[in-house]
Design a protein. Structure first.
Length: 264
C-alpha cells in the first residue's frame, strides 16, 4: 500500500487531468453539457424525498425534521453508489493506460472517486445551505467530522472498487450483481431508519454492515448530534475491516492485472 501512496503523489497532476476528462466525457455533445452532472442526481434526491416525506409521512427523528435527517445520507449514498457502479468497467474504460508500464492501474479508482466527489461537494453545499436557512440546522465544529467520514467512505469504496474492477474485467455478469447489491444496501444502510427500530438480529446485521459507520457518522456530523456510545467500538471494527480489505483487494487487483492485456 505504500507504493500505491507514492504512485498517487507522483501522478497527482495526471489524475486531475483524467478526472476532468471523466467529468466532461459523459455529457459531451449534449445541450446542457456538464449541468447534467448536478441536475440528474438532484432530481433523483428530490423525488425520493417527496415520496418519503409526504407519501409515507416521515416523522421527526432526534428532534430534527425527517427531511433534514434523511437528505444528507441520501446524497452521501448517491456518491457511494456512483463510485461502486462505475468501478465494474473502469479497467476497460482506461485500458489504454496499460501501454504505460510505469502507471499504477490501481489509480483508476481514484479517478472515479474524484469525479464523483466533485458532484457530491456541489450537492452537499446546496443541501447544507438549505438545511441551515429553512430547517434551522445549526452550524458547529462537529461538522468538520464530515471530512473524516468522507475519507472513511473513500477508503472503503476504493477497496471494494478494486475487487469489482478486477472481477468485472473478466466476468460481465458482475455489473448485474453489483446493481442488485446496491439496491439491497440502499435499504440496509441507515438512510431512512436506524437499526434500533428493528429486532436485534436484523439490527446486528445493519450494525456490522461496513457502510453503516461512515453514513451514520456523516449524518450525525451534519446535525451536530452525538456520535453514540458505540463510536469507538465501531471505529476500531471499521478500520480493521477496511485495512484488511484494502490489503486483500490491492493484491487481488494486482494479480489479475497481469492478465488484463489478454482480454482488452
Amino acid at each position: 500500500m505504500l507504493d500505491f501512496a507514492r504512485n498517487l503523489l507522483a501522478n497527482r497532476k495526471l489524475l486531475v487531468q483524467l478526472t476532468r476528462r471523466d467529468l466532461t466525457a459523459a455529457y459531451s455533445g449534449s445541450v446542457a453539457g456538464n449541468l447534467w452532472l448536478v441536475v440528474d442526481p438532484l432530481v433523483y434526491v428530490a423525488l425520493t424525498l417527496v415520496f418519503f416525506q409526504f407519501a409515507i409521512r416521515g416523522i421527526n427523528t432526534g428532534g430534527v425534521p425527517y427531511v433534514a435527517w434523511v437528505l444528507p445520507v441520501i446524497i452521501f449514498w448517491t456518491f457511494t453508489s456512483t463510485v461502486l457502479g462505475s468501478s465494474v468497467g473502469v479497467v476497460r474504460e482506461y485500458g489504454y493506460l496499460l501501454r504505460h508500464r510505469t502507471f499504477d492501474l490501481r489509480l483508476v479508482m481514484v479517478i472515479k472517486v474524484l469525479s464523483a466527489s466533485f458532484v457530491h461537494v456541489i450537492l452537499m453545499a446546496i443541501v447544507l445551505v438549505a438545511l441551515v436557512l429553512f430547517l434551522n440546522v445549526r452550524v458547529s465544529v462537529r461538522m468538520l467530522a464530515l471530512l473524516y467520514y468522507y475519507f472513511s467512505m473513500c477508503c472503503l469504496v476504493v477497496a471494494l472498487g478494486w475487487l469489482l474492477a478486477g472481477l468485472g474485467t473478466f466476468w460481465k455478469d458482475i455489473r448485474n450483481l453489483v446493481s442488485i447489491f446496491l439496491q439491497v444496501e440502499f435499504w440496509v444502510c441507515p438512510i431512512f431508519w436506524e437499526p434500533d427500530r428493528f429486532p436485534r438480529p436484523v439490527a446486528l446485521v445493519m450494525y456490522v454492515n461496513p457502510f453503516y459507520y461512515p453514513m451514520h457518522g456523516y449524518r450525525q456530523a451534519i446535525l451536530s448530534a452525538d456520535f453514540g456510545g458505540h463510536f469507538w467500538v465501531m471505529t476500531v471494527y471499521f478500520w480493521l475491516l477496511v485495512i484488511g480489505l484494502c490489503w486483500l483487494a490491492s493484491r487481488f487487483f494486482q494479480r489479475l492485472s497481469r492478465s488484463f492485456g489478454d482480454v482488452l
